[in-house]
Design a protein around this ligand. Structure first.
Ligand code: KIV
Length: 264
């Protein structure tokens, strides 16, 4: 795969071609995932749950994130690498600059932050300093204690309006990508149609510009019940590489996610 950059993703936004995103945390999987045609690898702080065994992402440190970003960068073959700023590593604009610089120096091409309008100044400062950012809205797992669980967001008029306004404001501030997690499909559709930057969805229905899944979830590891928005790509695949390619194919042709993986 030729190297994916923000220009590639912006061109997809214009032409309507969808793109695929998967999490990875090490060189081996980064290599297989990028060779399968996944355009963006997310070094997610979900590693706190799937690698470290915690029940939330809150324990993940900057050292964890720089270490795993370096591992992913070592195995990657051309995908764009997005790395998460972990819990409380971007509480102030100053912290955001220092910690984003560390992720970029570890091999990330952009950083991801969870939040809303309060991120405006940090996003503008990142943009001015040449660091592209993705803003994660909706169900932001670092705020699980505030939400009282992993719950669908934006179901009522006031909260869906807030999500919409936050997306517009943060695009204006300089965000390069928006990621929407666990929001009703129609809320995600409205945002995707009204911003000029790519929108990645997880549990956000079929109308976003891209989809992301946690790699272990879509490989059905550990086997068993998963969130509504997860599809088990190992069910029909003879090996892991085939599962990744099938995921890319279904994101591109729009058959994933279907209604059964979406929230009304
Ligand atoms: O950390 C992560 O893997 C994420 C995805 C769930 C979007 O933020």
């Amino acid at each position: 795969m030729s190297k994916v950059t923000l220009n590639t993703l912006n061109a997809y936004k214009k032409t309507g071609e969808k793109f695929a995103v998967l999490t990875a945390y090490d060189a081996t999987f980064a290599n297989v995932i990028s060779n399968a045609g996944v355009e963006v690898i997310l070094v997610g702080d979900s590693l706190g749950m799937v690698l470290q065994g915690h029940d939330s992402t809150l324990a993940v440190s900057m050292d964890d994130m720089t270490y795993h970003t370096r591992c992913v960068a070592a195995g990657n073959e051309g995908a764009l690498i997005m790395a998460d700023l972990p819990f409380m590593s971007y509480a102030t604009p100053e912290q955001t600059m220092t910690n984003s610089a560390a992720l970029m120096q570890a091999g990330a091409n952009m950083v991801k932050l969870e939040g809303g309008a309060w991120l405006e100044q940090s996003i503008a400062m990142l943009d001015e300093r040449g660091i592209p950012s993705c803003v994660h809205l909706g169900l932001t797992p670092q705020a699980v204690n505030k939400f009282g669980g992993y719950k669908v967001q934006g179901r009522d008029e006031a909260s869906s309006e807030r999500l919409y306004n936050d997306a517009l404001l943060l695009e204006q501030a300089g965000a390069s990508i928006i990621l929407l997690e666990c929001v009703p499909s129609k809320v995600a559709k409205r945002i995707s149609q009204n911003v000029g930057i790519p929108v990645i969805g997880i549990g956000a229905g079929p109308d976003t510009d891209a989809q992301v899944l946690v790699m272990q979830d879509m490989l059905n590891i550990p086997a068993g019940k998963k969130a509504k928005f997860v599809k088990n790509y190992m069910a029909q695949a003879s090996d892991i590489a085939e599962a990744f390619s099938h995921y890319v194919e279904e994101v591109k042709n729009g058959s994933f996610p279907s209604e059964e993986h979406s929230f009304k």
